[in-house]
Each structure stands twice: as structure tokens, then as C-alpha cells.
Design a protein around this ligand. Structure first.
Ligand code: 1PR
Length: 558
């Protein structure tokens, strides 16, 4: 039985539920720090950072936590674990929300300034699984092997300098940029990566920290010699999507569309008319299976939430609460996230308030579909001027760009003559084997909303660029034509959008076998590939996709 409770410094802006669940999974109880007076009495403080640097430091100051926290850290003899932003705040300042002299001051425990990745050289944020180079032999890492990848999601990093070198526990490289991915001096430990989202490896890091506190060996780390020529690389992610909706009996089931039609039809033994909603399993159980089988991320999409307010849609929140108790890789949730007015009471919820419910229920990222198209249309109608009021802007300001995924549902519009298309749409010339039904060699991708039920006069590339400008951190790029066909991804679409934005793109729709993952990573610059049907129908194992990727020289998480 552990001899202490973990003091969790939850300043209320982030999804700390996943950190709670991970600490509990390691067998420890939690005491929330709600008063500054609790800080000096804490046996071990865990500070999970979510959101932006500025908001974190502002809240620490407002709650009177900053001074006692500096005092707690001053002797380096009291156990502390900072996570992501919780590591960055240990430094002197950050360029997030203000560069140079306007930089927001941090706790100033570690020399150095946190700066942004160069988005002209790499996709930003740095999202996904990457390695660690060990600079110290620490009890915190005693249960994990040096080549186990861990999960990162951040746009800012702490550079290695002569002044902070002795703090480095681990370093990581991303597109040639080395950065501090873990620090330790004495009992102060912090990681840029998310142990609570790094699967079993992450839980072992937490276990190493907590055990070091328990048996008093935490400050026994020793410096290691580091080969300056070794680096690490961001692996390509496999995301599993679970399209969720209630079936005709009101049960929440995982279903899968065939070009967004989720009802069974003649192909599946239904003689005539429209069959029931395809039922491929229970959301939490299926997600847990994929987690154990090696999914790098899991996305729940509530595909009929455009019909009713998600605020009333408690089942989806319960799915997240349940799933986040036993699934320790990033969970994205989408479907119905936008502002709402209750038709009966007239009460209004902002998109941020709706998103807050999902984050508090355990989501790491939220996905905006229809509302993202509306936000893009509004930006364009305003001549590119941001209003500050869109769901993308308000949610990414509060939680960081990396917490906002845009789900685009486009369909191909084939044309024989490029000049026949309005110049506002991005038209692409197609390979001969990719031509339209009448041999058309050009196409553009028209966006839809409401699950493909309504077409909008805006193309996928325009929406992607606009949403990046509004603060989105990632694009989940579906394609209605390819959805559920098992013939591979729409490579032309993936290249058109990836070439137009600097944020990561997740390829989606159409995967049918291992070769489609190899193909999309070889022929496009997407950072992740999503599949649904082929996994739900147990046609292909996740691990066989990863081994096909490794055989083709494409990095995949173990
Ligand atoms: O518009 O913000 O309420 O979000 C609705 C969300 O639900 C969007 O992410 C939209 O893509 C999704 N959605 C809505 N209707 C459907 C449908 O199928 N009827 N899912 C639907 C679309 C996207 C993936 C899918 C991949 C891979 N599916 O989840 O699984 O395309 O499929 P495959 O590997 O089987 O080919 P809002």
C-alpha cells in the first residue's frame, strides 16, 4: 500500500482526467491541490500542463501557487513531476503568447527560454510518437527500454544550452531539431512527452517516478555519456476511428459507413429497403481492443450528433469517461461540437463549453467537422479577417492548437476542363488511372457538412488552409468517394492538402489492407493514417500494418 497520496496540481484548464487515470492505474491515490497552503505539505506533486503557457502561468499566479511552488522546487529535494507544459513552465520564459521582451516569465527553475518549432522546416505541432536519447541513468526510466517511443504533442520546445545541459534527462530530435524531452535534477523531474498517453511505456515512467518517491531513491540519477551523432525520429501513426451512433433500439454502437451510408443493405442479407444500423460492437470494448493491439491513437466520431445537441448526449461523454480509464493513448472525440441553443429552454452553450465537457470527460483532442467548414466560410466572407469568435479560435486559444483537429468530409467533383471550375477552388490534374468515370483528368474536392448530407461551395484545400489560420492543429482528411471501399486512400487529395498546410494531416477513408498504409506514407507526406472498417471487420491486424510499414522502411511504433 503506497505510503503517500499524489498531490495533483490541476489549475483547471486542461484534461487532467487522463493523468488521474494513469496515476490510479499505477496504484496511487490523488489529492487535488486547491489551496497554496497544500503545496509545502505535499509528498509528491504532479503538474500536468495542458493549454497555453500564458494561461498556465496566469492561473498559477492568480491562484497564488507560483511563489509556494518556487519555494517547493528551490531545494530540489521534494519530488515533483511536470508534464508537457508542466515541464516548460520550469524554464525562464516562453515565446508562446509574446516573443522576446514580451515573453511570459516562467518559474525560472531551469535556465533557458521555450521557443516555437520552425514551421517552415517541419509540421507544427510535433504530434506523435518519437524516441528519447538518455542523458541520465535515472530510476524514473528503470522500467522502460531506451528504444520505446513516447507520445508528444507540442508546438514549443526547450532548446539544449550549456546552461541547462546538466538538467537533461532525455533529448529528442524532430526533423533535425534537437530538444529537451525530459529533465531531472535531484527530485525534480519533468517530461515534454505525455507519460499518461504513451501506452504501457508511459505508465512505466510514472511507476518509476512514484516508486522512486516511495523508496527515497528518486535523486539517484547519474549522468551518462551521450553520442552527439545519434538522433530519434517521429514514427508514422496508425489511428483507429470508431464511428458511433445509436441504433434503432437506442443503443450506442460502433458502426461503419459505406460512403457514409451506415445502414445494412442487400449486400448484407437485407432483401429490400433499408436495413438496421450496422452494429460492429460496443465503443469502449472495441477501443480497448485496439489499444491493446497497438493503435497509436483512437478517434470516436459521434456521427449523428448534428441532429441533437451533444450537451444532452450523455452516452458519448460516458464512453469517454469509461475509455480514458483503461486506454492510455490519445483519444480524439468529434461529432456535434459547435455552439448550441436548447430548443426548449433557449439556453445557449458555446462551442468551447461543449468542448470543455469532452475534455473533462477524458478527451485529449476534439474534432470539428461541420462547424469547421462554417468557420472557414466566415473567414473567407470576412476577407481573411479573423473574428476571434469561431469554435476553432476559442478552443485552440484555451487548450492549444494541438487539441483541435479538423475533420474534412470532401467528395470528388470531376471536370474535363480545368477552366470550367471557379478559380477559388483548388483543381488538381489526375493520373490516367485515377481519372473520373468519363475519363475526366481533373477534379476538385467539394466539402460537405452534416455527415456528407449537405454540399458546400468550398473546397477541401481552402477549408484546410483557413482552419490552420484560425488555429487548428491537425487535419483528419476523409474522402466520401473512398470511404469504406477498401481500395486505398485518395492520394491526390492527401497530397493537395498536405502541400497547402504546415500542420499534420491524418489520411482517412478507404484503407483495405496493409499495402494501403505503406502506399499513403510512401506517396504522400501525411503523418498518420486512419482506418475503421477493415479493423472493425477484423480483416487486418494493426500489427501486420506496422510490420508492413517497417519492411518498407517506414518508422512505426513498437
Ligand atoms: O460535423 O462536427 O458533427 O462531425 C461529424 C463527424 O462524424 C465528422 O468527423 C464526420 O467525418 C463523421 N461522420 C459523419 N457521418 C459519418 C458517416 O459515416 N455517416 N463518418 C461520419 C465519416 C470518417 C471516419 C471513417 C473513415 C475511415 N467517417 O470515421 O471511418 O472514413 O473509414 P474506412 O477505413 O472504413 O474507409 P460534426
Amino acid at each position: 500500500m503506497p505510503s503517500f497520496k499524489v498531490s495533483l496540481l490541476d489549475y483547471g484548464a486542461g484534461n487532467v482526467r487522463s493523468v488521474r487515470n494513469a496515476i490510479i492505474a499505477c496504484g496511487y491515490e490523488i489529492e487535488d491541490i486547491t489551496e497554496p497552503s497544500q503545496i509545502p505539505l505535499a509528498k509528491a506533486i504532479v503538474f500536468p500542463g495542458v493549454g497555453s503557457y500564458g494561461s498556465a502561468m496566469k492561473v498559477l499566479k492568480e491562484k497564488g501557487f507560483d511563489a509556494p511552488l518556487r519555494e517547493y522546487l528551490s531545494g530540489r529535494d521534494k519530488p515533483f513531476l511536470g508534464i508537457c507544459l508542466g515541464m516548460q513552465t520550469l524554464f525562464e520564459s516562453s515565446d508562446e503568447h509574446g516573443e522576446g521582451v514580451d515573453a511570459i516569465p516562467g518559474l525560472g527553475v531551469i535556465p533557458g527560454r521555450v521557443i516555437k518549432f520552425d514551421e517552415s522546416k517541419m509540421a507544427v505541432p510535433h504530434i506523435g510518437w518519437n524516441g528519447r536519447i538518455l542523458h541520465q541513468d535515472s530510476p524514473v526510466l528503470k522500467y522502460v527500454s531506451a528504444d520505446d517511443d513516447v507520445y508528444f504533442v507540442h508546438s514549443y520546445f526547450a532548446p539544449i544550452t550549456d546552461e541547462n545541459k546538466e538538467w537533461i534527462l532525455t533529448s529528442t530530435t524532430y526533423s533535425g531539431q534537437s530538444f529537451i524531452s525530459g529533465v531531472q535534477r535531484g527530485c525534480i523531474v519533468a517530461t515534454q512527452f505525455h507519460p499518461e498517453k504513451s501506452g504501457q511505456t508511459g505508465l512505466q515512467v510514472l511507476k518509476g517516478f512514484l516508486e522512486g518517491v516511495e523508496n527515497g531513491t528518486l535523486d539517484s540519477a547519474k549522468q551518462l555519456d551521450v553520442d552527439p551523432n545519434i538522433g530519434t525520429e517521429l514514427v508514422k501513426r496508425i489511428v483507429v476511428a470508431l464511428d458511433v451512433r445509436t441504433n434503432d433500439h437506442g443503443d450506442l454502437v460502433v458502426t461503419k459507413g459505406d460512403q457514409y451510408d451506415v445502414r445494412e443493405n442487400h449486400r448484407e442479407g437485407v432483401s429490400e429497403g433499408r436495413g438496421g444500423v450496422r452494429n460492429l460492437g460496443k465503443p469502449v470494448a472495441l477501443a480497448a481492443r485496439y489499444y491493446m493491439e497497438g493503435a497509436d491513437e483512437i478517434a470516436f466520431l459521434n456521427i449523428t450528433s448534428f441532429r441533437q445537441g451533444v450537451v444532452e448526449d450523455m452516452p458519448m461523454l460516458q464512453v469517454l469517461e469509461e475509455a480514458s480509464k483503461s486506454i492510455f493513448v490519445p483519444l480524439t472525440v468529434g461529432g456535434g461540437i459547435r455552439s448550441y441553443t436548447d430548443p426548449v429552454s433557449g439556453q445557449t452553450w458555446s462551442a468551447l463549453e461543449v468542448a470543455n465537457r469532452y475534455f473533462r470527460a477524458g478527451a485529449d483532442k476534439i474534432s470539428l467537422g461541420s462547424d469547421a467548414v462554417s468557420a472557414a466560410e466566415e473567414l473567407i466572407a470576412n476577407g481573411g479577417e479573423k473574428s476571434g469568435g469561431t469554435s476553432i479560435e476559442t478552443i485552440s486559444h484555451a487548450y492549444g492548437a494541438q487539441a483541435v483537429v479538423i475533420s474534412i468530409d470532401p467528395k470528388r467533383v470531376y471536370v474535363a476542363d480545368k477552366a470550367s471550375v471557379d478559380s477559388k477552388h483548388y483543381v488538381v490534374e489526375l493520373d490516367e488511372n485515377d481519372a473520373g468515370p468519363n475519363g475526366e483528368r481533373f477534379c476538385w474536392w467539394q466539402c460537405t457538412v452534416k455527415g456528407g448530407r449537405e454540399e458546400r461551395d468550398i473546397c477541401a484545400v481552402t477549408v484546410a488552409k483557413a482552419c490552420q489560420k484560425l488555429g487548428a492543429g491537425e487535419i483528419m482528411l476523409n474522402c466520401i468517394d473512398m470511404d469504406g471501399q477498401g481500395k486505398g486512400y485518395d492520394l491526390a487529395l492527401m497530397n493537395a492538402v498536405s502541400g497547402a498546410v504546415s500542420i499534420p494531416v491524418i489520411a482517412s477513408s478507404g484503407a483495405g489492407n496493409e499495402s494501403h498504409f505503406v502506399q499513403v506514407f510512401e506517396k504522400t507526406s501525411v503523418q498518420a493514417a486512419l482506418a475503421a472498417g477493415m479493423f472493425h471487420r477484423k480483416e487486418v491486424e494493426i500489427e501486420s500494418c506496422k510490420s508492413a510499414m517497417r519492411d518498407a522502411g517506414i518508422p512505426a511504433r513498437k
